[in-house]
Design a protein around this ligand. Sequence first.
Ligand code: ARG
Length: 457
Amino acid sequence: MKLWQGRFDAPMSADADAFNESLSFDKKLYRADITASIAHATMLGRCAILSEEEASAICKGLNGILQDVESGALAVEGAEDIHSFVESELVARIGDTGKKLHTARSRNDQVATDFRLYVRESADEAMKLLVSLIETLLERAKEGARYVMPGFTHLRKAQPISCGQYFNAYSEMFLRDLDRFFALRRRMNVMPLGSAALAGTSYPIDREVTRALLGFDSVSQNALDAVSDRDFVAEYLFAASLTMAHLSRLCEDTILYTAEEFGYWNIPDAYSTGSSIMPQKKNPDLPELVRGKTGRVYGHLVSILTVIKGLPLAYNKDLQEDKEPFFDTEKTLFSCLAIYTALLKKITLNVNVMFDAAGAGFATATDVADYLAKRGVPFRDAHAITGKLVRYCIEQGKTLPALSLEEFRAASPVFEEDVLAAVTTRASAEGRSSVGGSSLAAVRSGIAAIKKRLKQY
Ligand code: ARG
C-alpha cells in the first residue's frame, strides 16, 4: 500500500508503479533514512509533539529495522522508495504508533536530509582515498627526488626534470581535489529537515535538536530552497570529475611510460593483462579503464546539471534522478582511486633509461642559452646562438654535452671551460632551484610542503 493511497480509488497500475519506484536504487539510503528518522522521532518526543513513550517505541522499532537490514535478516523490497519501506516496516513492527513518525515531516525534507547524510559520508571516504593516493605519491617522490627523467611539452622532450618533481605535480592536483571535497562537505552540511513539504510546519518543532543529533553545522533558512536544493550533488560530481581528470592524466602517463617505446616504468605482472591472440603482449588495462571511466563521471555531472536547470520551485519528482548518477560516480571514483593507488605502489622506475632519455634530444639547450644570458648576452641572442649550435649538432650527429670547448667557442666567444659541466643532464635538473623547480632541494621542500598541507585534512 502506498503512503498516499487515501485519496485514490484504485491501486497504481503495475507499469506506472515500476516506472515511478526508486527503492531499487535508493535502498542505499537505508542507514541515512533510519538515522534521520530516529533523530526526528527523538525531537518530536522532546518537543512533546509525541509522548516520550511513543517516541521511544518508534526509535526502538527503527533501531531494530536497522539491525535487521544490516544483518541481512530483512530484505529491502516491496515499497515505492526507501522512506515508504522504512515507515511501513515500522508500522508492521510496532503498530499504530509507527504511523505517527511522519508528523511534521514530508518525504521532501526527508529525502533531502537523507541524501545529504549519505553524500557527506561519501565525501569523507573520497577524502580518505585521496589522502592515501597523495601519501603514495609522496613516497614515490621521495624515492625519485634524486633521479632525472625527461620533462615534456607537446610530448616532445623539453628539459630534464626530477622524478620527485614529477610525482609532486600530481600531488598538487590531488591536493586541490581534496580541498574541493573538504569545502563542499562544509558547504553541504546544512540540515533541510524541518522544512516539511515546502512551506515549513505548524508543529512546534525544534530543529536545533535534530541538527545536533545529525551532526549538521546549521539548519536551512528557506524551506522552499531546502527541499529542492541539490547543489551539493552537483558540487560532488564536479569534484569527482576533476579528480577523474587528474587520475586520467596520470593513467595516460602510466600507459606511455610503460610502453616499450618509453620503457621508463614497469607495471608488475599482477597488475597487467595479456592478449588472447598475441602471446607476447602485456597490456595496461587498469590505467586504460580508469582513463575510460572518466567519461561516465563527466556524463553524470552533465546529467545532474541538466536535471536541476528547469525546475520550478520547489520539489519536483525530477529530483529522484539525482541518485543513480551519484551512486555510479561514487562507485567509479572510489574504485579508480583505490586501484591506481595500489598500482602506483607497485610500479618500478627504470632510472637509467629515464636518465639516458633525459640527456637525449638536446634537452639541455635552454641551459646553454641561460649560460650565455647569465654572462650578459641578451636572452633572445643567446637563444639564436644556441639554436645554431643545435643545428650544428644535428648536422654533425653530435649531442650538446659531446661538443668540445672549441666548438662552443666557434658559436660564441663568451663560452668558457665551465660550459661543459653546465650542459650535463644532472646539472640541468639540479640548476633549477626556484620554488617548485627540479633541483633536489626544491623537490625536498616541495615534499615537505605537501606533507604539511595534507595534515590539514
Ligand atoms: N523517491 C523520492 C525522491 O527520491 C522521494 C521523495 C518523494 N517526494 C514526493 N513528493 N513524491 O525524490
